[in-house]
Design a protein around this ligand. Structure first.
Ligand SMILES: NC(=O)c1ccc[n+]([C@@H]2O[C@H](COP(=O)([O-])OP(=O)(O)OC[C@H]3O[C@@H](n4cnc5c(N)ncnc54)[C@H](OP(=O)(O)O)[C@@H]3O)[C@@H](O)[C@H]2O)c1
Ligand SMILES: [Zn+2]
Ligand SMILES: [Zn+2]
Length: 337
């Protein structure tokens, strides 16, 4: 069958219509009729080939929600008509040590990304390995569930692995798609949250997301003002370079700085910013399939939901430009029907 999609054909270019053929499904694959798809900043990094991994034409979209239209011969856990979500990862080897440990997102053997090793969700249909298609709880609408599949899981897993439990002081840098979900996870799981934002209107709105304190930062990498309390964990969702040493010095002893944004510049660090107080610096990618399932139920239960701006599919380029201009409050979502 033929999929009608939108694709990037080169860096900084608007998307253009693109059709591609889907052959017979592989044993574990399923075909998804796409309903909605969020726009993550990683779509833009890949459209622009920032990470030098893009093959054009490239169909973005890795926060897709849709219904199963057809299943491959060995798919047993999904049926035609089920509503599922597809995130950044669309396949893994499932037998390497990382996969066996439940860290499929760190598979080194056959780690497939929805928009790099195949075509993504900016189309009427897409295919995915069924083991990376996750049933969506009934309580979540397709528009709001989409951004959880990449933005949501990245910050949720990032907090888990940084040691967030509850009763801690949490900092979030950058209140975009990822950051505004991070504030909600941290606050609703019982922490006190400080946001660092370069947008004054977001500082004013931060309390509505659950933050206790907001610090307005510059966009030129100058040292931010210190918040009123030491922080246990800082989650950095910003792709731009910044004064990392100043942020590290805001951490309490044994504090953790987790970088989930993807700056392309090297990171200059002073040993005194982390050694004396036994602070740690880490990064983390998305999350595992098990964490995705856990996160989806948690979001339905605690009403951790993205604030979205919806755009009909035909207006994808307008939505992408708003993301590039940092105008979206707080996640753009395309609707296909
Ligand atoms: N680790 C992973 O697996 C993973 C998964 C998904 C996404 N990501 C990455 O995470 C990053 C954020 O993605 P997103 O979808 O949340 O993007 P987004 O919605 O565009 O938000 C990024 C935010 O960063 C802040 N910002 C942008 N430019 C800045 C600058 N020059 N200086 C200071 N702050 C700036 C803005 O927040 P304020 O207006 O509040 O300042 C902006 O809203 C991207 O690099 C993306 O590729 C990583
Ligand atoms: Zn593997
Ligand atoms: Zn993403």
């Amino acid at each position: 069958m033929k999929v009608c999609a939108l694709a990037a054909f080169g860096p900084q270019e608007p998307l253009r219509p693109f059709e591609y053929e889907v052959g017979p499904l592989e044993a574990h694959q399923c075909l998804i009729k796409v309903q909605t798809c969020g726009i993550c900043h990683s779509d833009i990094h890949c459209m622009d080939n920032d990470w030098e991994m893009t093959r054009y034409p490239m169909v973005p979209g890795h926060e897709a929600i849709g219904t199963v239209a057809e299943v491959g011969p060995q798919v047993t856990h999904l049926q035609v008509g089920d509503r599922v979500g597809i995130g950044w990862q669309s396949g893994a080897c499932l037998h390497c040590l990382d996969c066996l440990r439940g860290n499929q997102q760190m598979c080194e053997v056959d780690n497939r990304a929805t928009i790099l090793q195949q075509h993504g969700g900016f189309g009427d249909y897409m295919t995915v390995d069924s083991r990376f298609a996750f049933p969506i709880p009934d309580g979540l609408s397709s528009e709001t569930a989409g951004p959880l599949l990449c933005g949501g899981i990245t910050v949720y897993s990032g907090f888990l692995h940084a040691g967030m439990t509850g009763g801690q002081e949490i900092g979030v840098i950058g209140i975009g798609g990822l950051g505004h979900l991070a504030v909600q996870f941290a606050a609703k799981l019982g922490n006190r949250v400080t946001v660092f934002t370069s947008s004054p209107d977001k500082a004013e709105f931060a309390a509505s997301l659950g933050a206790a304190e907001a610090v307005v930062i510059g966009r030129d990498g100058t040292a931010p003002e210190k918040p009123s309390r030491r922080l246990d964990i800082i989650l950095d969702t910003v792709a731009a370079s910044k004064d990392y040493n100043a942020y590290l010095n805001m951490l309490d002893s044994d504090g953790v700085y987790n970088l989930v944004g993807v700056p392309t510049d090297d990171i200059p660090l002073s040993v005194f910013a982390f050694q004396d107080k036994r602070r740690r610096i880490m990064g983390s990618p998305i999350g595992s399939p098990a964490e995705i399932r856990e996160m989806l139920s948690l979001c339905a239960e605690k009403e951790i939901l993205p604030l979205i701006e919806t755009f009909p599919f035909e207006r994808a380029n307008e939505a992408l430009q708003r993301v590039r201009d940092n105008k979206v409050r707080y996640r753009a979502v395309l609707t296909m029907e």
